[in-house]
Design a protein. Structure first.
Length: 431
């Protein structure tokens, strides 16, 4: 028999709302005054069990009751009625950093938060190096938190919570923490916790992340549990209850003028303006190197985002060190650290130019991004491939991003749902 981690039985939460400020004032003066006061149920008769090791998504529109339910589960709110049972140590990623003392150092706040989570001082110190490495804030760990940026606070708070060896992990939209690459790291770690048997209750409006992390979905609407079942069915239920269809919006990128100086002397500058990434290089360098990587719309404007199904041009400026032939490969990775695609001259069978030492060239890949909305990162490399696999790597970029594919799933009907949109057509053979 499966062990229950979280049990919710007939849980309800009621708030009293006043019709006017005058009614609120009179009620404060005369406690028996009830005129102008009405009851609003944030939650009404919620029932479900979550078993040990399950990964469950709690989804719904704003005002559905998700945050209220999480506050009840974590003990910051008391329900009006019903019973709650939680078996195991809970780590809740709700308002990250809210418990930090700004006058204390990051190190002291880690110890303090660990004690509040129920760890012993020895347990905290044994894991401290791991927490510090995960947060990636360097020497700032020994400085007062009041001097931290909001991103540094979020990183440290996230590291403390997920590395405290929880039995149950509750996450409420906390994966917007830090930069894109730190988000990838956090998602990877949460997946590893789930694989080790940690129970996950995950709240998000990002259906891609919900699909990736969870196997079961709970849909809350106006305080009522409307659906409890398979994760993909829950997502379909969520999307089916969306808003109206509106035109797609493709947001232009903010140009990165600071990078332009690195390739200002290149004769190919006009083909790769305002790149997303570029390399500062000594003129005497004789190696085969990538100089710049840029993404552009069909009008050659530099971009960092595009609408779902949008077409983009990816350009790689590189210099030959006399190696021949030089093949170019482009790789795309999603925020879950999964390779979405890898394609280049070797796969496409294109004729690569023969370059002399020091000569430069621009490779352009034109691609339609029929991928689900979300954030992605890019990577490029130069190589001399083998017959089918293997070969010699000549140069490569770091992972470049984030690059966003935009779509308002709650308001717009996309051409497809899921990870990718396949080229397809449809017709009725019989009316």
């Amino acid at each position: 028999m499966k062990e229950i981690a979280i049990s919710i039985k007939n849980v309800s939460k009621r708030y009293q709302v006043f019709n006017s400020p005058r009614d609120k004032l009179i009620h404060a003066l005369w406690s028996n005054y009830s005129h102008g006061v009405k009851d609003v149920w944030a939650l009404k008769d919620i029932n479900f069990d979550i078993f040990r090791g399950e990964a469950v998504a709690l989804i719904g529109r704003n005002g559905g009751g998700k945050s209220t339910l999480l506050e009840i589960l974590t003990g910051t709110l008391k329900p009006t009625g019903g019973q709650i049972k939680i078996n195991g140590r809970v780590s809740a990623l709700l308002e990250l950093g809210s418990g930090f003392n700004p006058e204390y150092s990051g190190r002291d706040n880690v110890i303090l938060n660990g004690l509040l989570l129920g760890l012993s001082r020895k347990e905290i110190l044994d894991q401290f190096d791991e927490i510090e490495a995960f947060a990636e804030i360097g020497d700032a760990i020994d400085r007062p938190v009041k001097g931290y940026s909001s991103g540094m606070i979020m990183r440290l708070a996230f590291a403390v919570q997920i590395l405290c060896r929880p039995d149950i992990l509750i996450v409420d939209e906390a994966l917007s923490v830090g930069d894109f690459f730190f988000q990838q790291k956090c998602l990877k770690h949460i997946r590893s916790l789930c694989e080790k048997g940690v129970t996950l209750l995950f709240v998000s409006h990002d259906m891609g992340t919900v699909r990736e992390l969870c196997t079961r979905g709970l849909f809350l609407e106006k305080g009522h549990l409307r659906f409890d079942g398979d994760n993909l069915d829950a997502i379909r239920f969520y999307l089916r209850n969306g808003g109206h269809n509106t035109p797609a919006v493709c947001e232009p990128a903010s140009t990165q003028e600071g990078n332009l100086k690195h390739i200002a002397q290149s004769e190919k500058e006009e083909l790769v303006p305002f790149p997303l990434w570029s390399k500062l290089l000594e003129p005497a360098c004789r190696k085969t190197v990538i100089l710049a990587f840029g993404i552009y719309d069909l009008d050659d404007n530099p971009i960092t985002s595009v609408a779902l199904d949008g077409e983009v041009k990816i350009r790689v400026l590189y210099r030959s060190g006399g190696d021949d032939p030089i093949h170019v490969q482009i790789v795309l990775k999603n925020k879950y650290d999964h390779i979405v695609t890898s394609v280049g001259t070797f796969n496409l069978g294109g004729n690569v130019p023969t370059l002399r030492e020091g000569q430069e060239a621009v490779f352009e890949l034109r691609v339609q991004l029929s991928l689900e909305g979300g954030v992605y990162s890019w990577y490029a490399n130069l190589s001399q491939p083998g017959a089918v696999v293997g070969g010699v790597m000549l140069d490569e970029t770091p992972w470049i991003g984030p690059f966003s594919i935009l779509w308002k799933y709650e308001e717009q009907i996309p051409r497809f749902y899921g990870l990718v949109g396949l080229n397809c057509s449809a017709r009725f053979l019989q009316s």
